[in-house]
Design a binder for this molecule. Structure first.
Ligand SMILES: [Zn+2]
Length: 427
């Protein structure tokens, strides 16, 4: 199936068929789903239109981690790859894939990369780990191989090795985490190595947002574009879905591959939010053999756009991930994510560094404070920031100037390895 030529009714039809297969497979093979569906009053013979999928209650990472063996739809001898989800939020889950699941993973990435204009003529510098039980590096490798691309598996190696392989193997594209790609560009500049002249024309960015809500490139995206002289594509993937959504040339959100995945965007009461509005991405996987997911709340919040894309594809697209569900702030009657405040602060040239601090005010409201340091000490900076927050997010947090040392302490508390811009002091 070629996503690019599908009409809306062909997409609906393909998804309905894939959904019924997924439902019956889970009913037949997984003790967890058999119980879950029966409790919802469903039988394996039921025909459930996809538009009525809300009859089935959602599940989340906690449910899956507590019932991993009951989720499994195949005997142990069918498992060929075992991964773990990251432990950054909630309980990490051991994830298991069969041979058919690896083939589906490869197919998904083949579709994602061709959506971004990759062909067999591309040579790709892969800056993502293949090991340590991560799925992403392996998924990209399998998909690029299926597409016939040349692959340079540098992984998260030293800048010197990256630059050496760029010089010697002449890639046409790169895949990596935006902050790492920006770091490589800085190191190249220090070494008087002109990355923009190396013929790398596409940069697929994973793991961190490169766009603002209006799809323009944010600071991280612009740094990659400028440093590499390449067109920036955002891709979004979740280990448990064994699927990713990658942007096309139009850069208007990651395209969904309808035969592999169904996505909903839900509010806290499990109701669908309107197209274009931010909710929690909730996924149903199609064609998964070992650990299929049905109405799985990913914890990631983003909008789904269903209007046809400028590229002509009619498949749904997801906008930038604005944050994790547990970062959502209730502030002055509005729903706010720290990333929205970050976008404003990143765009303010007079702000040198900052942290956003949230405290619980009561059950219905959080207090939000921004502490920033300024290199220039420009007068009127707080008033200017208030105006920018008002314009961009419609509410204004408390804003305080602080010393660089104070910000450093908040960004890197004792023992922290990763700098943080959001400090959550809510219970
Ligand atoms: Zn498109």
């Amino acid at each position: 199936m070629n996503d690019a030529s599908l009409s809306t009714s062909e997409i609906t039809e393909a998804q309905q068929a894939a959904w019924m297969d997924a439902f019956r497979h889970a009913f037949d093979r997984s003790p967890f789903y058999r119980e879950h569906f029966s409790r919802a009053g469903l039988s394996p013979r039921d025909e459930i239109p996809l538009r009525d999928i809300a009859r089935i209650p959602t599940v989340d990472k906690t449910v899956v981690s507590e019932n991993t063996e009951k989720f499994l739809c195949v005997p142990r001898e069918k498992i060929v790859d075992i991964l773990t989800t990251s432990g950054s939020t909630g309980q990490p889950v051991v994830w298991q894939l069969s041979e058919a699941d690896l083939e589906r993973l490869a197919r998904n990435e083949q579709l994602s990369f061709s959506c971004a204009g990759f062909t067999a003529a591309d040579t790709v510098l892969l800056g993502v780990a293949m090991d340590r039980c991560f799925i992403a590096g392996m998924a990209y490798y399998l998909g690029l191989r299926k597409l016939g691309c040349g692959i340079i598996r540098v992984g998260p190696a030293t800048p010197a090795m990256h630059l050496d392989m760029i010089r010697r193997a002449r890639p046409t594209a790169v895949v990596g985490v935006p902050s790492f790609l920006a770091h490589l560009a800085d190191k190249a500049a220090e070494a008087k190595f002109n990355l923009a002249d190396c013929g790398i024309r596409k940069a697929v960015c994973i793991g961190e947002p490169v766009r603002s809500d209006d799809f323009s490139l944010n600071r991280a995206g612009l740094a990659v574009e400028k440093g590499w002289g390449a067109k920036v594509f955002s891709t979004y993937g979740v280990t448990e879905l064994a699927a990713s959504l990658c942007e096309c040339e139009s850069g208007l959100g990651g395209h969904l591959h309808p035969e592999l995945l169904f996505l909903e965007s839900l509010d806290e009461q499990d109701r669908a939010v309107p197209d274009g509005q931010v909710g929690e991405l909730t996924a149903t996987t199609f064609g998964v053999e070992a650990m299929p997911l049905i109405r799985y709340r990913t914890g990631d919040c983003a909008a789904i756009h269903r209007l046809p894309c400028r590229c002509g594809r009619r498949t749904p697209r997801i906008g930038p991930i604005v944050g994790r569900k547990d970062q959502k702030l209730k502030f002055k009657g509005a729903t706010l994510f720290p990333s929205m405040l970050k976008t404003v602060l990143d765009a303010a040239p007079e702000v040198a560094s900052y942290v956003i601090i949230a405290r619980r005010e009561n059950n219905l409201a959080d207090a939000v404070e921004v502490k920033f340091s300024s290199a220039g000490g420009r007068a009127g900076i707080i008033a200017a920031l208030k105006e920018q927050f008002q314009g961009a997010v419609k509410v204004v947090p408390q804003i305080k100037a602080a010393s660089q040392a104070e910000i450093e302490c908040l960004q890197l508390p004792d023992g922290a390895r990763k700098r943080r811009y959001f400090v959550d002091l809510r219970d």
